[in-house]
Design a protein around this ligand. Structure first.
Ligand SMILES: Cc1cc2nc3c(=O)[nH]c(=O)nc-3n(C[C@H](O)[C@H](O)[C@H](O)COP(=O)(O)O)c2cc1C
Length: 364
């Protein structure tokens, strides 16, 4: 039996797959459906002091199961959104409200939501709060002063100096959420070369699998430089994606795009896949995944060369046909490295079905 539960800021989540702020959690009804679909916690759509009014269309599909969107924050005015949050609070899993964007906005909204709803924590989005660290820290400090609940800082991937931000903000916030969607980006159909989103230039924000590696990197960076928990978000659509984000340093994950694409049962499906993965690989509890990723296997001061384990090599030639340097050849039915051509880039390893290739230190 795998223990899927995770604890963040003393909030107990039955499993580590939470919703992420987006259209999938726009109303109380949708938030309840997410909980019924197996989400371990509900993060609500971001609300600001003024209701949003987004030009249509706001969500379109792009390659690799990604989305581009131009949805800003809740179009439901905060006075009405409070009732949606109250409804979501009865869903049976912890509720996290989400607010933005100026120091004044988050203070007013934080106080109101703490008093009228009493969620488990408040996440604040920094997506439209400024382009440098100081304005983002001002927002964090303002919310910190306004509420006594745990506060989670949601980081946008385009934020400069994320390491520095994490170090400074960790003195103020209780957890980080990384990442928001990436952009702005542009996509269109060449057969109909016109805007696909309602923004002025048709640009939007990218989410889903195309941003997964960016999320892994930023989660890893934030968790490495400070000690507050990090919640990973970006491209999680299967159990293994969640496992990887947790190994990179996350204490839980959030899901938005996969829920838009596949519906509210996706949260429970991802959690079940994480559980099967952990059973298979001998992890007794989800919390044990956190931070097990080990960076840097090689020594930058050493020089390396690719080597072939001839017992494992099946002579399939996949490495030979994919080496851009032409540094592999067949010898006696096995792959063999041509030392003066090999630059030890490592790419051939991706093509070997039997793990016969490995980098070895080269004697000078
Ligand atoms: C249509 C859409 C609307 C979103 N709205 C919000 C929002 O209101 N607040 C927020 O913090 N993030 C918002 N996000 C970002 C997601 O919460 C998430 O951080 C991002 O999409 C990456 O996760 P994913 O790849 O699972 O979608 C939105 C994303 C999408 C696709």
């Amino acid at each position: 039996m795998v223990d899927l539960s995770v604890r963040i800021n003393d909030i107990l989540f039955p499993n580590p797959v939470l919703t992420a702020a987006g259209p999938n959690v726009r109303t109380g009804r949708l938030m309840r459906l997410a909980a019924e679909g197996g989400a371990g916690g509900i993060v609500a759509k971001t609300v600001s002091r003024k209701a949003a009014a987004d030009a249509r269309p706001t969500i379109r599909g792009v390659a690799l199961r990604g989305l581009v969107n131009s949805e800003t924050w809740s179009e439901i005015p905060v006075e009405s959104f409070l009732a949606e949050l109250v409804e979501a609070k009865s869903a049976g899993v912890p509720l996290i409200a989400s607010v933005g964007y100026s120091p004044e906005d988050v203070a007013v909204l934080g106080r109101l939501i703490e008093r009228e709803v009493g969620p488990a924590a408040i996440e604040f989005s920094t997506h439209y709060s400024g382009n440098d660290i100081e304005p983002l820290l001002d927002v964090a400090r303002s919310l910190r002063e306004a509420v006594s609940l745990p506060i989670w800082m949601k980081v946008s991937p385009a934020t400069p100096r994320i390491e520095q931000l994490a170090i400074e903000a960790s003195k103020v916030v209780d957890a980080f959420v990384a990442i928001n969607s990436f952009g702005p980006v542009l996509d269109f159909d060449p057969a109909h070369p016109a805007a696909r989103l309602g923004t002025k230039d048709g640009s939007g924000w990218l989410s889903g699998p195309p941003i997964r590696t960016m999320a892994l990197q930023i989660v890893h960076t934030i968790s490495r430089v400070q000690t507050k928990p990090v919640i990973g978000v970006g491209g999680v659509e299967a159990g293994e994606d969640g496992v990887k984000l947790m190994m990179a340093g996350a204490s839980a994950v959030q899901v938005c795009t996969a829920a838009i694409r596949k519906g509210h049962a996706v949260y429970g499906r991802i959690a079940a896949e994480m559980e099967s993965w952990m059973e298979r690989y001998g992890y007794s509890a989800a919390r044990r995944l956190c931070g097990v990723y080990k960076p840097s296997a090689t020594d930058p001061a050493m020089s390396y060369i690719m080597t072939v384990d001839t017992r494992a090599c099946t002579g399939c030639r996949a490495c030979i046909s994919h080496c851009v340097q032409g540094a592999l050849e067949m010898r006696e039915e096995k792959a063999s490295v041509i030392p003066d051509r090999c630059i030890a880039c490592g790419y051939c390893q991706d093509w070997c079905p039997t793990e016969a290739l490995s980098l070895k230190e080269q004697k000078q």
